[in-house]
Design a protein around this ligand. Structure first.
Ligand code: C2E
Ligand code: MG
Ligand code: MG
Length: 259
């Protein structure tokens, strides 16, 4: 698979899908999360977990990560021009974050594509912070000063989620979907989500909840005052073209911008 991955990176066979991030009250698409997709003609679909893990082991994560950053930032520029305050969220791996050049790379890409930093969001998981706390802290502080939104992904599943909020300049958390998944049969999960949201709000953090699949879950996140919902209820990850058509329908119902 490693050999194939190298080929895929070189041949531009990797693709980005985009999933909407939605304001639950209005259903307006306020952003997108860029998600990798790799469909191999022989091997079939390869899961992101496998792909990222392998790429981290063999160093291809830099090429994969570059591809993701470059393509997503280019799209972010385009979409930010006709949707107000549209944010592009990109997942960053532990290995990328502990590279001392990561900050410069982001600055360079924002300049190249003329994208103001406030339209970019980086999603980091705890594993990204454990890898090298000192470098991660410096990098995240510089990115924060630049105006990039920083989001702690899969919140609640790691070892020290709240500790990381204290240590690093996060603007937002994304509550892991395992809690939302279990809410219908576990009062504990409901209370955990409720409490996480309340604490996050007291800390002035934006709250996103991922894995919203039905209206009951949506009602809950509206009641609790969550800022952003993401999940199959609003839209599965989709191709760039599909995403653009939806965006155009929402923002310019009568135009043929992407027809
Ligand atoms: P993540 O960042 O937490 O992304 C959310 C995952 O949940 C995505 O899986 C998405 O397709 C899925 N999802 C979204 N809504 C729903 C829902 O309503 N129900 C269910 N059951 N699932 C939902 P995906 O695309 O397979 O990605 C898995 C993980 O791989 C991501 O988790 C992220 O950690 C990593 N990943 C994806 N793309 C990249 C990338 O470009 N770079 C890096 N470093 N990691 C990436
Ligand atoms: Mg994510
Ligand atoms: Mg997540």
């Amino acid at each position: 698979i490693e050999g194939y991955l190298l080929q895929a990176v070189r041949n531009d066979d990797l693709m980005l899908y985009f999933q909407p991030k939605v304001s639950p009250m209005t259903h307006k698409w306020v952003g997108a999360e860029a998600l990798l997709r790799w469909r191999h003609p022989v091997l079939g679909d390869i899961s992101n977990e496998t792909l990222i893990h392998m790429a981290e082991q063999n160093g291809l994560i830099f090429e994969v990560g570059n591809f993701v950053l470059r393509s997503a930032i280019e799209k972010a520029k385009e979409w930010s021009e006709y949707v107000d305050d549209f944010k592009m969220a990109i997942n960053v791996s532990a290995v990328q974050l502990k590279n001392v050049q990561f900050y410069e790379q982001i600055v360079h890409l924002l300049e190249t594509y003329h994208l103001p930093a406030r339209f970019l969001e980086l999603e980091v998981t705890e594993s990204g912070l454990i890898a090298d706390e000192v470098i991660a802290k410096n990098t995240l502080e510089s990115l924060h000063d630049l105006g990039v939104t920083l989001s702690l992904d899969d919140f609640g599943t790691g070892y020290a989620s709240f500790g990381y909020l204290k240590k690093f300049p996060f603007d937002a958390i994304k509550v892991d979907k395992s809690f939302i998944d279990q809410m219908h049969n576990s009062e504990d999960d409901t209370e955990i989500v409720r409490s996480i949201v309340q604490i996050a709000k007291k800390l002035d953090l934006q709250v996103a909840i991922e894995g919203i699949e039905n209206e009951e879950q949506e009602q809950f996140i509206i009641q609790e005052g969550c800022d952003i919902g993401q999940g199959y209820l609003y839209g599965k990850p989709m191709t760039c073209h599909e995403f653009e058509q939806n965006l155009a329908d929402q923002n310019y119902p009568n135009s043929s911008r992407y027809a």
